[in-house]
Design a protein around this ligand. Structure first.
Ligand SMILES: C[S@@+](CC[C@H](N)C(=O)[O-])C[C@H]1O[C@@H](n2cnc3c(N)ncnc32)[C@H](O)[C@@H]1O
Length: 213
C-alpha cells in the first residue's frame, strides 16, 4: 500500500503548530504578536540570505520553528545554528524537534553571554521577533546585541507585516545601520516583507568601487 504517512504527519504537525501559536498568543499577545507561524515561503526568503558554508547563524524568536526548518534546509550544519526563544514552552518544543541545534531560553537583548560562538562570530541573525510592537528602547537593545554577535559585514534579517522597515529611524541612526528591502511574500498570513540591516560602514565598503579601495 502506498504510504501517505509523512504527509499526514506533516498536516498533523502544522495543525499542532497553529494550536501552540494560538495558545502562546492568548498567554502573551504582545510577545508572540501573531496567531499563526510564518509560511515556508517567508522562511525560504529569509534563509536565502545565509551562506551554508559561511559559519554560525543565530535565530531570534524561534517560536514553533517555522524559520528554523528553512534555515536548516539550506544545508547549514545543525552545529552552526543557535536559536533564542524567550517562551519556555516554545523553547522546550524546539529542543525536542531540532536535535543538535543549541536552543537558548533567554531574551534576545541579553543573549551574548550564552552564545556559543561569542562576539563577532555570526554571519547572520535571522529574526522573527515582533520588532514593530516593541518600544524603541527594546528595539535598540536587541539590535545592539545582534550587532555584537555579528562578524564584520554580517546581516540582521527581519520580517515584518508592514511594507516599511520595522526599526524606528532614530534607532537605526543611533546604531549607524543601513537597511534594504529583500522582498515581499504574499503567500504568508498576513503578507510579510523581509528587510536586511547592515552596518552603514559595511554597506559603504561594498558599494565603493574597487579602484578607490
Ligand atoms: C511572531 S513570533 C515568530 C515565531 C517564528 N519565528 C515564526 O516566524 O513563525 C515571535 C517569537 O519571538 C519570541 N520572542 C518575543 N520577544 C522575544 C525576546 N525579547 N527574546 C526572545 N524571543 C522573543 C516569541 O515568544 C515568539 O516565539
Amino acid at each position: 500500500m502506498a504510504s501517505n504517512g509523512p504527509m499526514l504527519t506533516e498536516r498533523r504537525n502544522s495543525a499542532g503548530e497553529y494550536l501552540k501559536f494560538l495558545h502562546a498568543w492568548i498567554r502573551k499577545p504582545r510577545q508572540t504578536a501573531s496567531i499563526v507561524p510564518s509560511s515556508p515561503y517567508l522562511g525560504r526568503m529569509m534563509a536565502r540570505q545565509i551562506d551554508p558554508q559561511g559559519g554560525p547563524v543565530m535565530e531570534f524568536g524561534g517560536g514553533t520553528g517555522a524559520l528554523t526548518r528553512e534555515i536548516l534546509a539550506t544545508g547549514l550544519p545543525v552545529s552552526d545554528l543557535e536559536v533564542v526563544e524567550i517562551d519556555p514552552t516554545f523553547a522546550r518544543n524546539l529542543r525536542r524537534h531540532f536535535h543538535g541545534v543549541k536552543i537558548i531560553e533567554a531574551p534576545a537583548q541579553s543573549v551574548l553571554a550564552e552564545a556559543q560562538g561569542g562576539a563577532g562570530a555570526y554571519q547572520c541573525v535571522i529574526s522573527g521577533l515582533p520588532l514593530l510592537a516593541m518600544s524603541k528602547t527594546l528595539q535598540k537593545a536587541i539590535l545592539a546585541e545582534a550587532f555584537k554577535l555579528l562578524q564584520p559585514g554580517g546581516s540582521f534579517i527581519q520580517f515584518t507585516y508592514s511594507p516599511r522597515p520595522p526599526l524606528a529611524d532614530s534607532v537605526a541612526d543611533a546604531l549607524d545601520l543601513g537597511v534594504d528591502r529583500v522582498g515581499t511574500i504574499v503567500r504568508n498570513v498576513p503578507p510579510a516583507t523581509v528587510f536586511r540591516y547592515r552596518r552603514a560602514a559595511d554597506i559603504a565598503a561594498v558599494d565603493r568601487p574597487a579602484a578607490s579601495l
